[in-house]
Design a protein around this ligand. Structure first.
Ligand code: MN
Ligand code: MN
Length: 371
């Protein structure tokens, strides 16, 4: 291209000016796109996402946007379960972006419904976490600088976010209110879980009113019916559906939960589930895998166990019983974070400090047990 021609009248002048303008425009747009990608703040929950993790990401990203943080964008760290799909479809809210690996992205991330990096999306450096909103016990998160960290002992993260809308005087629409109502009902197992607080019940009444749901408990039952419909789902899918990784004083564990409306529905699948748990234990090099088969109507859990001898000892101590036929059955146990994680944590701490099961750790130790 002849630069001279730009300043001289001639046949090429118009064409050259057009070319330069085009190039400049394209370059500017590229910069704009790149800087947006750079500034994007992803709002994301834990791996193996449940309804609360997904809803919290969507509703908090929405609040941020309303508050003029335009670059906030919801994401999920794994495939949506049937219950979450049902809820999003019901309120006609699009599924968030799936991010299973943060390599070269997630420059800024807001964690919702978790504060334990072992449960976070892969390859997310702690220094990229700019905010945390959660309702689990605090474990193993250290930051370089001060961040917004909000943790409250309530039934669901979504309820904490509903409060943030109120504090910021942002009116809730039908969709956001409906999602939050669903997340609270899901996490509290229709208020049956001991994690339920009066605030959760009050929030559901209020949110249901905004969402136009006359009978939230009826809606919740429908949600659980979808969630507990195990027909057509393989044992592998059932086992991997809702799992969390823990480290109990050096014991590497996975604890999963399968919620059903009737324990008889899942009884024929028990052997296949145990087989999948064993496979997971081998492939992930775990010390134990615990699967809570929870009957939400009877409010009881069959705690399936596979693991090494030392872990079995800790498991039996934690639940004060003997493992029979690969499990310990317990009435009134519904909540992983309140009724399964703390006794395991305490049991393994005791065993290890008495030195009876103390052993050399071959694998890097995580920062601590979490809920
Ligand atoms: Mn969750
Ligand atoms: Mn939650």
């Amino acid at each position: 291209m002849n630069i001279k021609s730009i300043f001289q009248p001639g046949a090429d002048t118009v064409k050259s000016r057009f070319t330069i303008t085009l190039v400049v425009t394209v370059v500017l747009h590229l910069f704009a796109i790149l800087s947006f990608a750079e500034d994007k703040i992803i709002v994301i929950g834990h791996k193996s996402p449940d309804t609360d993790a997904v809803v919290s990401a969507i509703t908090y990203a929405n609040l941020k946007k309303v508050l003029d943080v335009k670059e906030a964008s919801p994401a999920v760290a794994g495939n949506l379960n049937n219950e979450t799909r049902f809820v999003l479809d019901y309120f006609k809210v699009p599924y968030p972006e799936l991010i299973t690996d943060c390599q070269n992205q997630c420059k800024k991330a807001i964690l919702v419904d978790l504060n334990d990096m072992t449960q976070a999306v892969d390859n997310l450096p702690m220094e990229n976490v700019v905010e945390v909103i959660d309702h689990h016990r605090i474990s193993g998160l250290t930051t370089g600088k001060a961040i917004f960290f909000l943790n409250e002992p309530v039934g669901a993260t979504a309820g904490i976010i509903a409060n943030l809308y109120e504090q910021n005087r942002i009116a809730l629409g039908r969709e956001m209110a409906g999602l939050m109502m669903s997340a609270i009902l899901s996490d509290t197992v229709l208020f049956k879980s001991p994690t339920t607080t009066p605030r959760d019940k009050a929030a559901v009444v209020k949110l249901a009113g905004i969402a136009g749901i006359d009978d939230p408990m009826k809606f919740g039952m429908e949600m659980f019916r979808v969630k507990s419909n195990i027909a057509g789902r393989s044992a592998r899918e059932l086992v991997a559906g809702d799992i969390k990784t823990f480290n109990f004083n050096g014991t590497k564990a996975v604890i999963g939960q399968i919620e059903v409306m009737d324990m008889n529905d899942i009884a024929p699948r028990r052997a296949a589930i145990l087989e999948e748990m064993n496979k997971m234990k081998e492939s992930e090099k775990l010390d134990m895998v615990v699967m809570m088969l929870t009957d939400v109507m009877k409010e009881a859990s069959d705690l399936l166990f596979v693991g090494n001898a030392a872990s079995a000892h800790g498991f039996e101590k934690a639940f004060d019983g003997k493992i029979i036929n690969n499990s310990i059955y317990r009435e009134k146990i519904l909540s992983r974070k309140l009724q399964v994680v703390p006794p395991l944590d305490a049991a393994f701490k005791k065993l290890n400090c008495h030195g009876r099961l103390f052993r050399l750790r071959k694998t890097p130790v995580f920062t601590g047990a979490s809920s």
